[in-house]
Design a protein around this ligand. Sequence first.
Ligand SMILES: [Zn+2]
Length: 286
Amino acid sequence: MKPQTPEHDAPADAAERLACAPVICYPPETLPDPGLERLRAARQGWVLEQTVTVPPREAACARVPAGWFFRIVSTEGPQVGDLNLWNAGDLGERFYSGKTRALHGTHLSGGDRLWSSFPHLRPMATITEDTLDWYGFDRFGGAVHDVIGTRCDPYTGRLLSGTDYHHCCHSNLTRALAAETGMRPAEAEPLVHDVLNVFMCTGFSRDTGQYFMKASPVRPGDFLEFFAEIDLLLGLSACPGGDCGAEHSSDTARCYPLLIEIYRPKAAPRGWTPPEPSRYDGSHGL
Ligand SMILES: [Zn+2]
């Protein structure tokens, strides 16, 4: 955190330096157009092919072929979900929350995309509908569906409280990925990565820049909908924090299940082809 009382005096031109206008690093108009309307049109006549229930304080995996859709749905009560995405054919290609944050901002909504890790850097999924888009940013600077948090995990819990808790999202995702793939938990754990915090309401305090959470505005019937740009294996944890209005990493909060719905469209969206991996030549100047 920045000190309340700096140790160093401001220079003579401090006001001038402070007044420099910010520049948006990645203006959205410079990104490839996700073709949101064409993706949405492909929902006409789609078939609900599969549902997967994620129990409270647990995680589950699901597979979604390229060109299909999936929804994460709130069913019984306010509940936050921690989402991991992998290329189903190459688990080394996974969701890159940091680059997604740089490209689309701290919190995602319709038309934003979930980008994959280097050296691939391509859209893994495009968000096609967000029933919580009305929330915007609240007066605290909070918003839903962030890519600023990481995931609750037993290591930070141990660091801060000195106790072990085994149903953090990191552990839930590790167990679910191991069960889905047949890997040992020790093999699956390094593949678990920073998440999209579905339905979670978070921000940075305006005075100190500290990460905060507050009770999620999600209610039963709300959903976040995605179009799978490549063949996906997804992992979703129903966070032990429940609506994350008070605490996580314990059995204290009231928790609810989450539902994954997987939809098969009648035909691929018009003009859509699966995105290719980055064409950077990989030589790094050597
Ligand atoms: Zn969690």
